[in-house]
Design a protein around this ligand. Structure first.
Ligand code: URA
Ligand code: SF4
Length: 190
């Protein structure tokens, strides 16, 4: 069985999933976007309105901002794969609950196994909390620092929705640090 085939099967499973209550409010499940052989795996939080409508991750305002930063930093299509901690949209864009993330975790873990990336980028505090043992660690403290766990390299970065509130590119501003982190991550795979 090749990789593509297995991920396609998993995606079908997700489409029919009702393992948590988020299934009740979804329009479309949001499985992934990007290259299945990519060295960089971005993990976001959860689908929002635009993602729920299109079935694709990071296509709303925050997603467009992330993608414009990736572009600007020189990321190519084949460099990355994107998914979220949960595949269905939480109501009113609230954060996914721990039990929802747990119910959905199997799919994310399988995605990670299939893609087998060199670096997993934890986009924001929700993704960070899913993989970091220190539950008190904030994204501001964790970002920009590589850590290893279960044989994978993890690199936390700010969530782009946070950057929507700060427009400056001044040294050490959130956007400045976000770009710096993305460039550092790209440098690790080139
Ligand atoms: N869109 C996503 O798909 N995930 C997020 O975390 C935010 C926006
Ligand atoms: Fe299933 Fe995940 Fe959707 Fe919950 S969020 S219903 S576990 S696919």
């Amino acid at each position: 069985m090749n990789t593509l085939c297995s991920l396609d099967k998993l995606k079908e499973q997700v489409k029919n999933c009702n393992k948590c209550l988020l299934c009740e409010g979804r329009t479309k499940t949001v499985f992934s976007d990007g290259c299945e052989k990519a060295p960089i795996f971005f993990i976001g939080e959860a689908p929002g309105k635009n993602e729920d409508e299109t079935g694709l991750p990071f296509v709303g305002r925050a997603g467009k901002l992330l993608r414009s930063f990736l572009d600007e930093c020189g990321y190519k299509k084949e460099d990355f794969y994107i998914a979220n901690t949960v595949k269905c949209r939480p109501p009113e864009n609230r954060k996914p609950k721990p039990e929802e993330k747990e119910a959905c975790r199997y799919y994310l873990d399988e995605q990670i196994k299939f893609v087998n990336p060199k670096i997993i980028v934890l986009v924001g505090s929700t993704a960070l909390a899913s993989f970091c043992d220190d539950k008190k660690l904030t994204i501001s403290k964790a970002r920009g620092k590589l850590f290893k766990k279960d044989g994978y390299n993890f690199f936390p970065v700010f969530h782009p929705s946070y950057l929507l509130r700060y427009h400056s590119m001044e040294e050490n501003s959130p956007r400045y640090l976000f770009k710096k982190d993305l460039l550092e991550i790209l440098g690790m795979i080139k």
